[in-house]
Design a protein. Structure first.
Lengths: 249, 82
């Protein structure tokens, strides 16, 4: 059976390698992706429409804002599903583990983490706030922020991390992120535009429609950051303890 | 020429690391090798100029998913049977 599988994998691999010859070369201006009218529209108009230097963020948070909002909802639902599946279930698994962690938190590790966590968190805020100027944004900043809580859980124990960010609060924060995102969308609807049409926020904010889109993009990125931070940490807390939320790594 | 060489090096390392992550029987080692795979992908994206994608790959792929995989292995048998 294994040999048949290996043969199949090799066949598919060869087929893919053969199909890759049809790809345009890297950076080819006449490749379908570069030549399509959509790309040239974004390249020509992003700076004019939104005053955002980072085109990727403008496409992600503004032109395709609806897509990104539902992506955030997917992250939220995935986290919710993992935590509730692992937590519930009638037959509690009390399998013996191969390695049990009972040691005291190490002095050198905890002190290094004490120094490093604030730096990580400030960097996460920087990535989040600068997402529309330089590479970065809500997803990256959120993961970095969640990772700082994971680092606390790894170097002390899960109890310490959960006392700073309880699992119930994780889901409140995650839902709040989606509410911020959808709220900005609904608010622009109230001001007379379409859902997520940030330009209409200029009636409320004392800025031009272009700058309103710029600031609203920061707003929705903050919403994404909230959700991703909370879900990354909740995933770690749930998966490392088999859903029990204690005696983790 | 230099970039071509770097690309070839990264791509051949990718193949080696991908096979290795399936080959090893210790699942923790497998997870770490998979993190190396993500990091090589991140280098490749950065080298192609897709810095946003590279950043996401570095944080999510090499960072968070490796930790989540190791946290999951903690609750399983560490040795894989095949």
């Amino acid at each position: 059976m294994k040999r048949v599988a290996l043969l199949l994998v090799l066949c598919v691999g060869l087929l893919l390698a053969w199909a890759a010859r049809d790809f345009p070369t890297w950076g080819d201006p006449s490749s379908p992706a570069s030549a399509s009218p959509v790309s040239s529209h974004f390249i020509a108009n992003t700076g004019v429409d939104t005053e955002v230097p980072n085109m990727v963020t403008a496409v992600l948070a503004d032109y395709r804002g609806f897509d990104t909002m539902l992506e955030t909802v997917v992250v939220f639902i995935a986290g919710l599903a993992v935590v509730s599946i692992l937590r519930g279930g009638p037959n509690r698994r009390t399998r013996d583990r191969e390695f049990v962690v009972e040691s005291e938190p190490d002095l050198i590790v905890t002190n290094t983490v004490r120094l490093i966590v604030p730096v990580i968190q400030i960097f996460a805020f920087y990535v989040l706030a600068h997402g529309h100027v330089s590479p970065g944004g809500g997803f990256q900043g959120g993961v970095a922020m969640g990772a700082s809580f994971i680092l606390i859980a790894l170097s002390w124990d899960l109890k310490t991390a959960l006392s700073r960010f309880p699992i119930e609060r994780c889901f409140t924060v995650a839902a709040l992120g989606i509410l911020i995102y959808a709220g900005i969308g609904l608010f622009s609807m109230l001001l007379g535009g379409e859902f997520l049409d940030y330009a209409h926020l200029s009636k409320f904010l004392p800025v031009s429609p272009e700058m309103a889109r710029y600031h609203a993009m920061l707003g929705v990125e903050i919403g994404v950051g909230f959700t991703v931070t909370a879900i990354v940490f909740a995933l770690y807390a749930s998966l490392s303890t088999d859903g029990r939320m204690r005696d983790g790594l | 020429m230099g970039l071509e060489l770097l690309n070839t090096l990264i791509l051949s390392l990718l193949v080696v690391v991908a096979v290795l992550s399936l080959w090893v029987r210790d699942l923790v080692v497998s997870a770490v090798v998979f993190g190396i795979y993500s990091f090589l992908m991140c280098l490749l994206w950065a080298e192609m100029g897709a810095v946003d994608v590279a950043f996401t790959e570095a944080t999510v792929g090499a960072g968070a998913s490796t930790v989540v995989l190791i946290a999951t292995v903690f609750n399983l048998r560490r040795k894989s049977k095949d």
